[in-house]
Design a protein around this ligand. Structure first.
Ligand SMILES: *Cc1c(COP(=O)(O)O)cnc(C)c1O
Length: 358
């Protein structure tokens, strides 16, 4: 029995986005960030599609994500961002995963126990979240044993890359490339999706895009250079007439001011339609807009179908909640959040259909 909602994921568009992002690099190296199950699209599908297109480096957040991804990608380099906890050297080595080491203790533990296996080092240049402090890095990187170790990658992460004018971008870049001089043979990696568009002097040797692979606009306020990758459609369950003066949904938040035809569809906040999107934006059916009325319920949304041809609006008809007619960024703007959150919450109860795989 099919689920009432269908999430169509275009792996061809993901690959094409990766190729476009890679084309921005002067050195030509571009990884794929597939943490949080490929931002909700399915790391086990996105990973192999990118690998087939030539991507060889992947980033996840958690060790278990890396272990799972190893099954889908037997040959790729898989970096794990969240670092190394005591007792994890064994599991990292067993799955040939590359830890991103975030403090001097993690660096020491890996050097002691990992017998020369590959690892990355993260220097925190302004997030104050994960990574070595710059002064810690400066001390550590002058130790002969650290200098002699075959580090795979030296990285840092931008706090404000989506605001090109923010002064922290340049401060972080300068701090990063300054500290990188102490380990001149180690490849560098600095730019996430938005960072790529700050210019090539913000890149380093390996780009690390995540959200832009999945079609979210990395340059807010400018036209999105990337392709949309996801379409979410859901079924109309019931169509009803609501008389003027009656209300719709919880809190009686919408009051009908005209005879209104309401289409109730099978998608709510438990599916990932964030509740702050109540009463904002519209769904689409054959090019017609159906404005969202009243509050988002757990399992349902109510849409204004008054202005649509009656024959189109019937139980079982599918409406598009986002996709070609309404981007993930539009949904995010309406709900007061960012495309990242919409994507990673995507279609928990939906059937998934993958298209465009080679
Ligand atoms: C999530 C993440 C990325 C990818 O960021 P996007 O903004 O999605 O491109 C890159 N680097 C690190 C350290 C991250 O945590």
């Amino acid at each position: 029995m099919p689920a009432p909602a269908r999430l169509t994921i275009d792996l061809g568009a993901v690959v094409s986005n990766w190729q476009f992002l890679k084309s921005q690099a002067t050195h030509g190296q571009c990884a794929g960030v597939v943490k949080a199950d490929g931002y909700g699209l399915g790391a086990d599908k996105v990973g192999p599609a990118l690998y087939a297109a030539g991507c060889r480096q992947f980033f996840v957040a958690h060790l278990p994500e890396g272990i799972a991804l190893r099954t889908a990608l037997p040959q790729a380099e898989i970096f794990v961002l969240n670092g190394l906890l005591p007792g994890e050297v064994g599991p990292y080595r067993a799955s040939r995963l590359i830890p991103v080491l975030n403090d001097p203790g993690q660096v020491a533990l890996w050097m002691k126990e990992a017998q020369g296996a590959a690892a990355a080092i993260h220097v925190d240049t302004g997030m104050n979240r994960l990574g070595l402090r710059v002064d810690e890095a400066r001390t550590l990187f002058t130790e002969p044993s650290v200098q002699a170790y075959p580090w795979r990658l030296l990285m840092s992460h931008f706090a404000c890359a989506d605001e090109p004018g923010h002064p922290l971008n340049q401060i972080q870049r300068d701090a990063f490339f300054d500290i990188a001089k102490l380990l001149p043979d180690v490849p560098t990696s600095l730019a996430n999706s938005s960072g790529i568009f700050l210019g090539t002097d913000y890149h380093g040797d390996l780009l690390r895009p995540g959200v832009a692979l999945y079609g979210v606009n990395p340059v807010p306020g400018k036209p999105n250079p990337l392709k949309s990758t996801v379409t979410l459609e859901t079924s109309i369950l019931q169509v009803r007439r609501v008389d003027p003066g009656m209300s719709v949904g919880y809190g009686a938040a919408h009051k009908a001011d005209r005879p209104t035809r309401v289409a109730t569809v099978a998608y709510g906040y438990a599916d990932g339609y964030i509740r702050s999107g109540s009463g904002k934006g519209a769904a689409y059916l054959s090019g017609h807009a159906l404005p969202i009325l009243g509050r988002v319920s757990m399992d349902l949304l109510t849409l204004d179908a008054t202005d649509l041809p009656e024959a189109l609006v019937h139980p079982g008809a599918m409406v598009e909640l986002f996709g070609p007619s309404r981007s993930v960024d539009d949904v995010a703007n309406d709900a007061g959040t960012i495309g990242y959150e919409i994507l990673t919450d995507l279609g928990r109860r939906a059937d998934r259909v993958y298209i465009g795989a080679r």
